[in-house]
Design a protein around this ligand. Structure first.
Ligand code: ATP
Ligand code: MG
Length: 603
């Protein structure tokens, strides 16, 4: 499920693409039909001016007579009626054009939005592995950019395709009406002008796909510049970052130019072929006039419509070339719809009880094929116990706790709640039973209240106040001008590390789940705020089954079981007193190295 591995096999399988886009088109069928119907007179009216040139020149200028349906149209009548008639036609065309544009914009924005909404739903339900594998920029360009490109351009192109086509039809009718021999010459030339278009498909597909990947990388770089601005400044990485983005932007230049190189000659070639056509028509037309088979009016009308025909034919050509790119984008969009979360929610049971026993049974896990991270892990936790995980960095502690809410599924073995595999529970009920405080606590843009309420949407003010007190946020919040409704900036940028953690703890606390997962970040807290956070955590852990990645001594001393995790194995397990007494034990070493000094500071 990597977004940069684009599979374009279906890009030109139009029937397949239409079938997929049909559900989005179906509710709008009526409006689409109206838009297309409007396009027909809109195009046909293009031929009107050319059409009236014949009677104008033959009757008004040259004084011939014209009979239509038994009525004799006089010179004066036509002289009076044709000029205002042209203006009226243009007026009608203007109104139709406005309506058509309004309607097609309405349709394309509606389609694009429904696709985006559906894709976003898809995105939020995708599994953690998807987010590991794909960069934010690529996700943005593929989930936002492509639907726009696909649906807006599709409708626009179809609209211009129809107007150009009907316009061409109208003009060709005028050609035929004036002289079928000449029309034959004109149409054959036009067909020749079209042919080069068909050679371009492959190149367009290739460039368009590469463009998406590079565009995504650029967006990612922008995101990183934003998030990493302090690292960039602090490590003087401005020039490196600049060079990286410069290189990417230059890459888009060569990609775009390679497309222009291939497609840029189309228009001039078509123009040359069209001129050849006009030259031919003049030669043949001259002969026809001399032999008396063509009037001057017909000839003028013919040449005018031939000249007018160039534009719609050119647009048709451009549209058909452009459509190829659109189909590539549509294909990319529907490729995303085929992405499915690997965390399958097939569990029928509701986890509506507090498990008496949580067991990891011979669990093996790997993030990808290349390396197994957890090897045959087995341990269990009884209701109300605190299980502490300690061990070297990168040993697999976070990985173990991330398996509980099924951010990832085990490869071998199982996690059992009272003997039932967690995959047999509905994902919703499983995750409702677990409160997490993550190693990197993410807070959302918004207010403190909004962030806390994410733990329980319908919490009362009383409940909020309770968790604020329990997470020792009361004093801090009381000092804020807007209190609970103060904005915290993107990812809590206006908060201190300890405040961020305590808001995350409050969020977990208000969820009031029977199982608590704590991936402690000891990081940058000073003694005082460490103590406050510790108190908050103690409140969170009360009367619950807790899995804690422990960096704090008090958590470890009080833990009912300590698991020492090293390189994906449980190397020791027991309570503190047992483990410190193992001669040369891993825990003993770790304890001596890591915790003993902290004892002096913290306790
Ligand atoms: N999303 C991921 N994709 C691929 N590999 C990963 C991913 N997350 C972690 N790993 C790898 O899995 C191993 C275990 O990582 P984990 O985060 O579980 O370690 P940890 O014990 O929590 O370490 P720390 O104490 O530093 O937080 C590491 O080798 C890490 O590189
Ligand atoms: Mg970790």
């Amino acid at each position: 499920m990597r977004l940069d591995k684009i599979n374009s096999d279906n890009a030109f399988n139009y029937a397949y693409l239409l079938k997929r886009i049909y559900p989005y088109i179906k509710p709008l069928t009526f409006r689409i039909a109206v838009a297309f119907l409007l396009a027909i007179p809109l195009g046909l009216l293009d031929g009107a001016t050319a059409f009236v040139l014949k009677p104008y020149i033959d009757v008004v200028v040259n004084g011939n007579t014209l009979t239509v349906g038994g009525y004799n149209l006089t010179r004066d009548f036509l002289a009076m009626i044709i000029p205002p008639g042209i203006i009226i036609f243009a007026g009608i065309q203007g109104v139709l054009r406005y309506l058509n544009t309004y309607l097609s914009d309405w349709i394309s924005i509606t389609i694009s939005n429904s696709v985006k909404i559906d894709l976003f739903k898809k995105l939020v339900y995708l599994d953690s592995k998807f987010y590991d594998e794909n960069s934010s920029g690529l996700v943005i360009s593929r989930f936002l950019g492509d639907p726009d490109a696909a649906s807006k351009q599709l409708i626009n192109s179809i609209k211009t395709l129809i107007t150009s086509f009907t316009s061409a039809m109208g003009l060709i009718f005028v050609l035929l009406y004036n002289s079928w021999e000449l029309a034959l010459v004109g149409v054959i030339v036009l067909i020749c002008a079209f042919l080069p278009m068909t050679f371009l498909r492959k190149k367009i597909k290739e460039v368009s796909n590469k463009g998406t990947v590079v565009g995504g990388n650029i967006t990612t770089s922008f995101n990183e510049t934003y998030k990493g601005n302090k690292v960039i400044s602090g490590y003087n990485l401005q020039m490196d970052t600049y060079n990286k983005v410069k290189k990417l932007i230059r890459e888009t230049f060569s990609l775009q130019m390679s497309l222009t190189k291939r497609t840029g000659w189309l228009s001039p070639i078509m123009y040359i072929i069209a001129s050849i056509g006009i030259a031919f028509v003049m030669l043949v037309g001259n002969k026809l006039i001399i032999s008396g088979r063509l009037t001057t009016g017909s000839f003028a009308s013919f040449i005018t419509s031939l000249l007018l025909l160039y534009k719609p034919v050119k647009t048709l050509g451009q549209d058909l070339t452009g459509m190829q790119g659109i189909f590539v984008a549509i294909n990319r969009v529907f490729e995303l719809f085929d992405f499915n979360t690997r965390i399958v929610d097939y569990g029928k049971k509701e986890l509506n009880f507090t498990p008496n026993n949580i067991e990891f049974k011979n669990v093996s896990f790997s993030y990808n094929e290349s390396k197994e991270i957890l090897h045959n892990i087995s341990f269990s936790a009884r209701k109300g116990q605190t299980i502490a995980l300690v061990g070297n960095s990168g040993g697999g502690k976070s990985t173990i706790v991330n398996l509980l809410p099924r951010f990832y599924d085990v490869n071998k073995g199982a996690i059992l709640f009272d003997g039932i595999d967690i995959r047999d529970f509905s994902l919703d009920s499983l995750r409702n039973s677990i409160s997490e405080v993550f190693q990197d606590n993410f807070l959302f843009t918004g207010t403190i209240r909004e962030n806390i309420l994410m733990g329980k949407k319908d919490a009362t003010d009383e409940e909020i106040q309770k968790v604020i007190n329990a997470s020792h946020l009361d004093e801090y919040i009381a000092g804020l001008e807007n209190g609970l409704d103060s904005k915290i900036g993107e990812n809590g940028s206006s908060l201190s590390g300890g405040q961020r953690q305590r808001i995350a703890i409050a969020r977990a606390m208000i969820k009031n789940a029977p199982i608590v997962v704590l991936d402690e970040a000891t990081s940058a807290l000073d003694n005082k705020s460490e103590k406050i956070v510790q108190k908050a955590l103690n409140n969170l852990m009360k009367d619950r089954t807790v899995f804690v990645i422990a960096h704090r001594l008090s958590t470890i001393f009080n833990a009912d079981k300590i698991l020492v995790i090293e390189n994906g194995n449980i190397v020791e397990s027991g309570i503190h007193e047992e483990l410190v007494n193992i001669p040369n034990g891993k825990y003993k070493n770790l304890y001596n190295m890591q915790f003993k000094n902290r004892e002096l500071e913290v306790v």
